[in-house]
Design a protein around this ligand. Structure first.
Ligand code: FAD
Length: 481
């Protein structure tokens, strides 16, 4: 019998359009699908609580899909550097197939594994799949990596054909003897005491099938209006594909091709599709930046920001984390995040800006909280977005453009329904007052059952004063430069 090959699943937890799996199956050799839970390699970027919850469901779904093609998912726990060579040796595998990953620690891990496996005569075959374009594929005319999104996106659009989608394998040849597998339940990826995941369970269904259904629904119902609605947190108008994309339950190529094909058949969706593809390119751009700047998750890209005069304050950070700042749009967003593991992009920008500029808390603290609480926590997207919000990224919002949380709320949650949903204690306030309850007349507050400082917090900072303080902090940087 031909020697088996290992399919090492990582953030590519799907059967369809999985280039590495397709290549492994095409060898005709028995395939051993493996997932390794490794908390050592990522160091401080080990998966956070919400990601672990998601991973549990995603692995369950993958195991079921593999069973439907007469295969199995072998689970192993421990450092990949030890576990994978051992599994390969024990099963007599000739090669290991995987999708490339782009986090700095993942790149190092691949390089080390290549050497250690090859020493034992086992080939490591890395394939593309997590991105539309490999990070090194798009270059400026001078041959340099891009630093700015717009020309990057232009280059992506003109690069042309992304190739044909790959079908899932019909069956996978089983090995003569399966390696022993760990038990998913033993990994304790889902919380028990306390069980904080009830909101996640009612909001999400992890797995490849659910990801495909999400894409179907989004394309059929929301793509036509995506351009106008994508900035409105009170309307469920975005795809909510981010956790599925992060875990690789769906490929960006499947999303891209699907949106394009739908727009070709339904011209009324063309504008929406165009904007959606540009969002997928923000994800690509984030990876492009992370590969160029491996310290992106920790250190500001713009050097002067190293000396930024942050005012670290544990109480203020906790008020932000728990949605108790007294700014309804900020609190609504932070509570949406805590309850569902997701937050609308516009509100991520508002809450992020508030933490960094109004409260002068380091962006890395916000990044860490998002890392632990988002089901779509993604090193490249999270780090790039936080640096963008803070103004310290290579292609970032200018620091002096400080979001006014009240104006943002009035523009993007005009009826106040988003705030009413997540801050029910404010629900009875009329729309003109809902985004700034401190300005409401006393009788209106009383009629709505609100007592500021008791039923809902006073604003943690005053907007104008906070804005002036942030601008002064920024000026001090320029002077020090
Ligand atoms: P859609 O609007 O439907 O967009 C489709 C897809 O495009 C998304 O699923 C996502 O993969 C990609 N995308 C959209 N916007 C962006 C963006 N600004 N940057 C990169 N990719 C984008 N996204 C994450 O996936 N993980 C994170 O950890 C993350 N952290 C963020 C932190 C901050 C402070 C901010 C401002 C944004 C962050 N984002 C992150 C980006 C964005 O908010 C989410 O990708 C988006 O809200 C996901 O919702 P959706 O799938 O409905 O998006």
């Amino acid at each position: 019998m031909t020697a088996a090959v290992i399919m090492w699943f990582r953030n590519d937890l799907r059967l369809a359009d999985n280039v590495a799996l397709h290549a492994a199956a095409a060898t005709g050799a028995p395939v051993i699908p493996v997932f390794i839970l490794d908390d050592a390699a990522p160091g401080r970027w080990r998966a956070g609580g919400a990601s672990r919850w998601w991973l549990h469901g995603s692995l369950q779904a993958l195991a079921e899909s593999l069973a439907s093609v007469r295969s199995r998912l072998i689970l192993a726990h421990g450092p990949t550097r030890e576990v994978l060579p051992r599994l390969a040796a024990e099963s007599g595998a000739a090669s290991v197939y995987c999708s490339r990953a782009y986090e700095p620690w993942a790149i190092e891990l691949e390089a080390d594994l290549k050497v250690s496996l090859e020493k034992s005569g086992i080939a490591l075959k890395r394939h593309r799949g997590a991105l539309l374009f490999e990070p090194e594929a798009l270059r400026t005319r001078q041959g340099a990596p891009f630093q700015v999104y717009t020309p990057f996106a232009r280059a992506a659009f003109t690069t042309g054909d992304l190739g044909t989608l790959l079908p899932p394998p019909r069956t996978l040849e089983a090995p003569k003897r399966w390696p022993t597998s760990g038990k998913l339940a033993d990994w304790q990826l889902t919380p028990t005491k306390p069980d904080w995941a009830s909101g996640l369970r009612t909001t999400w269904t992890p797995g490849e099938k659910a990801a495909q259904q999400r894409l179907d629904t989004f394309v059929a119902q929301d793509l036509a209006h995506y351009r106008e609605r994508r900035d409105r947190p009170d309307i469920a108008g975005t795809s909510r594909l981010s956790p599925h994309l992060h875990h690789g339950e769906i490929s960006p190529r499947q999303c891209w091709q699907r949106a394009r094909a739908h727009a070709a058949a339904h011209p009324e969706c063309a504008n929406g599709a165009d904007v959606f593809l540009k969002e997928l390119l923000w994800r690509e751009f984030s990876y492009h930046l992370l590969v160029q700047h491996p310290s992106l998750p920790e250190a500001p890209c713009r050097e002067p920001f190293v000396r930024f005069p942050w005012k670290r304050d544990a109480e203020q950070l906790a008020a932000w984390q728990r949605g108790r700042t007294g700014y309804p749009i900020v609190d609504a967003g932070m509570r949406e995040l805590w309850t569902t593991g997701w937050m609308h992009n516009r509100v991520r920008m508002i809450t992020g800006s508030f933490l960094v500029k109004h409260l002068l808390q380091p962006w890395q603290d916000g990044e860490a909280w998002f890392w632990d609480t988002l089901v779509d926590a993604d090193l490249a997207n999270n780090a790039t977005s936080w640096q963008w919000v803070a103004g310290s990224g290579v292609d970032a919002a200018p620091y002096f453009r400080i979001f006014n949380p009240i104006k943002q709320a009035e523009t993007f949650d005009p009826s106040g329904d988003y705030v009413r949903k997540w801050c029910p204690e404010l629900a009875k306030l009329p729309t003109p007052q809902i985004h700034a309850p401190w300005d409401a007349p006393a009788d209106l507050l009383a009629a709505a059952g609100i007592e500021l400082g008791r039923t809902y917090p006073h604003p943690i900072v005053e907007h104008k004063a906070a804005r002036a303080r942030a601008l002064a902090a920024f000026e001090s940087l320029k002077q020090a430069d």
